[in-house]
Design a protein around this ligand. Sequence first.
Ligand code: SF4
Length: 449
Amino acid sequence: MCGIFGIFDHPEASNLTYLGLYALQHRGQESAGIVSSDGKCLHHYRQMGLVSEIFTRDTLKKLTGKSAIGHVRYSTAGSSELKNAQPFEVDYAKGGMAIAHNGNLTNASLIRSELESSGSIFQSNMDTEVIIHLIARSKEKTFAERTIRALKQVEGAYSLLFLTEKEMVAVRDPYGFRPLVLGQLKDAPVVASETCALDLIGAQFLREIEPGELLLIDRDGTQSFKPFLQTRYAQCIFEFIYFARPDSFIFNRNVYEVRKSLGVQLAKESPADVEMVVPIPDSGFPATMGYATESKIPLELGMIRNHYVGRTFIEPEQSIRHFGVKIKLNPVKGLMKGKRIVTVDDSIVRATTSRKINKMFRNAGAKEVHVRISSPPITHSCFFGIDTPKKSELIASSHSLKEIQRYIGASSLRYLSLEGLRSCMKEEADRFCYACFSGDYYLPCALET
Ligand code: SF4
C-alpha cells in the first residue's frame, strides 16, 4: 500500500504536498518523499519514517518551485530501505522525471530481466523502476506519449503520478485497482489517492480519475487521454473494507457509509444472542455501528486503543506485529464481567491478532465472545498492491470455520458472505476485485509472480 499526492502550479506546492502526505499517512508508514519542480529542474527529499519525522521547515524550504509530487510507502514489492523510497527521481536524455506509484506490477520481474540483459542498470529492487527505464528508452516525442508507450508494456495495479520540469502526469491502470482523485485548490490542479488529502488542504473534489485514464497537467491546462485497452474494472474492495480512511470518498462511494452497510448486512446474515456489540478499533468501528443499528443491541466501546502505536497490519516485521497487539489494545474490564458480547472486526488474516484479542476479552471477564467479520474469509494472496501474506499463512486458506473459531477462542465465528459483500456494492458490484476471497485474479500473469 502507498499513498500519492501532487499539486501543479501553486506557490506553496511543497508545503501542501507535505500536508497531503500527512492525510495519507495511513496508506504507508515506512518512508516518505517529495519531489518539486521550479520549472527548470527537480528537487527531492526522501527518508525512512513518518511524514512528521522526515520533513522540517528547512527541508521543505529547499523543495522550491510551484509543482510537487509526494509519496508515502508501505512495501509490497522491494525491501523496506531508503533506496526503495519514492518518489524516484532520475535525469535522462530528455531531462528530469520523478515517479510516485501506488500498486504492484505483475510482470515487472520479466520486464526487468529483459532490460538488464540489454544493459540497463537498476538502482532499486522496486517494480516501479521498470517504468522509468521503459520511458527513458521510448522514442516517442512527448513525455505523455513516452509514458503511454511504457505503460502499455506493464501489467497489474498502478495509480501513478509523474513530475517533470514542466508537467505533471496522473494515470490509473485500466482495471482501476487503486483509487486516484482529482481536485482543485483555487486554480491549481491537485491529485491524491483519497479525498481526505484534498479536505485537509481545502481543495475542492472534482472527480475520480477513471480507470485507464491519463491526465496531462501543464501550463495550458488539463488534458484527458484514454490510451489503454479497456477490459473490465477491478477496483480493490479491500480499500472499502480496511485500507482507505472512512472520511474519504473513493470509487464513487463514501468509505464510512460502505463500511457501515457491511455491518448492517453482517447483522442480517449472522445475528448473535448477546448483551452488547463491541468494535475492534479502529477500522472495525463503522461496521460495528451498522451491526448494532441493525441488531438493536447496545454498542459499547469495550476495547480501547492506544493511538500512539501504528496499525498492526501495516508493520512489516513479524516480531513487531506480535508485540503490537498487546501494547495497542486493552479491554474495559468493568464492562465485560459476566457478559455475552459480540465483537465486530473487518478481517482475519493469520488470526494471531484475533486470538489475542479474544483472550483479552475472556481475561477481562466476558462470559461469551462471539466474533463477526465484515468481510468474507481471505483465502488468497493479493498481487495488486496490498501486503497480504503468502497463501499458506492465511488461516482461511487451509482451515475450516470451526477450526478457526476454535483457534481464536470464540464462542461463535461468522464472516460476511461474498454475496452479502457484493450486495452492499449494489449495481456497481461487478466493478470490484474480490480475488483475495475468490481466487479470481483477472490477470493470469498474477499467478506466476
Ligand atoms: Fe484488493 Fe483483494 Fe483484489 Fe488485492 S486481491 S486488489 S486486496 S480485492
